[in-house]
Design a protein around this ligand. Structure first.
Ligand code: SAJ
Length: 424
């Protein structure tokens, strides 16, 4: 049985460990966090993800997964550690470099080393290859094999997507690509596209940049439309009837650990050439301020207004608040001395001060929807507003269907039609 060492047991490393173990590999899961390892070795997982817990439990019981603080000799090393943004928005490779260094003493001839972490183009074939070749006696492409194989899974659906999605495998040489592709062939049902490392790195970044740029276009469209008193949401739905047009959804900003970060890894490598990409980042980063200015406008005649924020995660139906525009909007509102109450059925945490829906709404002057949780779609808003001081709802995610309401009872604003509806 082949042995794989997975370094980094986070959102990507742990599911990868589980799936590899399920497909005839013995897997050593390595992490610097002893709490994660303690849980893993009891067959438990440290974040919620459908189906993952069961697989991990079974594989740990069968001794096909073992958690350790240090790597050990293996046939394959997969590195899936975080690559966050630095203060100046460039990619922080500290964890990645330290993970690579940690495996150096254990590397043997014919080993395959795979980087799954998201990285700027040129990193695998540049800095990572140099570290390995300088500090060991091996030469990449001759007696050891190095590749970048970016992950593409969506949290909440990882176990399905890790198997079914197409994969990009980018090796430093053709042989590196082929050897790394064989590792994934054990469990990937989608197609495996083999390319060079730089192309793989750039493709991964471009997938998320594509979405960021398109969301920026939608956000700019609604701000222009509001300025011109046009219903931006109507424009999107009508324009999208064209067979080759797909305008994305406007919203309170772009969050999460991918779309709001990955474009900067392209910008850092070619700042003078990344005009559209950096403008899109600016547009999306400005959305929390746009929301703030509209809340202020809607509340301008109200004394000491209280805002009930609904949803603080970076998008709907997740528990993750990383890079969430909602958190930034709350801070901006607090700086302007708005009283804030928070309701989010997906998030727990004492320091966030989350309250029940009734408590959040009581005495409020506005319900401000900042994450498109399904629970918010069909709430009985007519009932809900009864304890509010002012029945205004500002839905920045556009999940409330305005056709269900007439504005004699309730004043609902969607982001795309803030001050006007069609034919009003
Ligand atoms: N958003 C909008 N309008 C839209 C779509 C999204 O404002 O039309 C916002 C969301 O509310 C959220 C942000 O954008 O704040 C990102 O959401 P997302 O669902 O587009 O992306 P992530 O970050 O959850 O996951 C992405 C996925 N990439 C693509 O769809 C190209 C996923 O497949 C990747 O695995 C993941 O990034 C990653 O790890 O790179």
């Amino acid at each position: 049985m082949k042995k794989i060492c997975v370094i980094g047991l986070g959102y990507i490393g742990l599911p990868t460990t589980a799936i590899l173990a399920l497909h005839e590999y013995k897997v050593i899961g390595v992490d610097i966090n002893e709490k994660i390892l303690e849980k893993l070795n009891k067959g438990e997982i440290h974040f919620t993800e459908p189906f993952l817990g069961n697989i991990v439990k079974t594989m740990v019981d069968k001794e096909k997964i073992m958690g350790k603080t240090q790597p050990e000799k293996a046939d394959v090393f997969i590195i899936a550690v975080p690559t966050p943004c630095k203060e100046d928005k460039s990619c922080d490779l500290t964890y990645l470099i330290s993970a690579v260094k940690s495996i150096l003493p254990y590397i043997e001839k014919d080993n395959i080393i795979i980087i799954e972490s998201t990285i700027p183009p040129g990193t695998t074939d540049g800095i990572i290859k140099s570290i390995i070749e300088e500090k060991t006696k091996f030469k990449v492409g001759h007696n050891i094999y190095l590749a970048h194989c970016p992950e593409r899974v969506l949290p909440g659906n990882i176990i399905k997507e890790i198997v079914e999605n197409n994969r990009i495998v980018g090796g430093c040489t053709r042989e590196c690509s082929q050897k790394a592709a064989n590792v994934y062939r054990a469990f990937v049902k989608g197609e495996i596209f083999v390319t060079d490392a730089k192309t793989a790195e750039m493709s991964k970044l471009m997938e998320n940049t594509f979405r960021d740029v398109n969301i920026a276009l939608a956000n700019e469209l609604v701000t222009i439309s509001n300025h011109l008193q046009i219903n931006g949401l109507d424009v999107i739905s009508i324009a999208n009837k064209h067979p080759r047009v797909n305008i994305h959804n406007p919203g309170p900003g772009v969050g999460g650990h991918c779309l709001a970060i990955d474009p900067y890894f392209i910008i850092e490598k070619a700042p003078q050439l990344s005009n559209i990409i950096s403008t899109a980042r600016k547009v999306n980063s400005s959305m929390p301020h746009y929301i703030l200015s509209n809340v202020k406008e809607l509340m301008k005649d109200i004394h000491n207004p209280k805002i009930a924020v609904f949803g603080i995660t970076y998008k709907g139906n997740v528990t993750d608040i990383r890079e969430s525009p909602a958190i930034e909007i709350i801070k901006l509102l607090e700086n302007e001395n708005f009283k804030i109450s928070i309701y989010d059925p997906h998030v727990q945490g004492e320091n966030l001060n989350i309250v029940s829906i009734d408590e959040a709404v009581e005495g409020a002057d506005m319900i401000l929807i900042l994450a498109a949780h399904d629970e918010f779609k069909n709430l009985n808003y007519i009932n809900l507003i009864k304890t509010m001081k002012n029945p205004i709802i500002f839905d920045t995610t556009n999940i409330i269907n305005l056709k269900n309401y007439d504005n004699t009872h309730i004043n609902i604003k969607n982001l795309g039609n803030l001050f006007h509806n069609s034919y009003t």
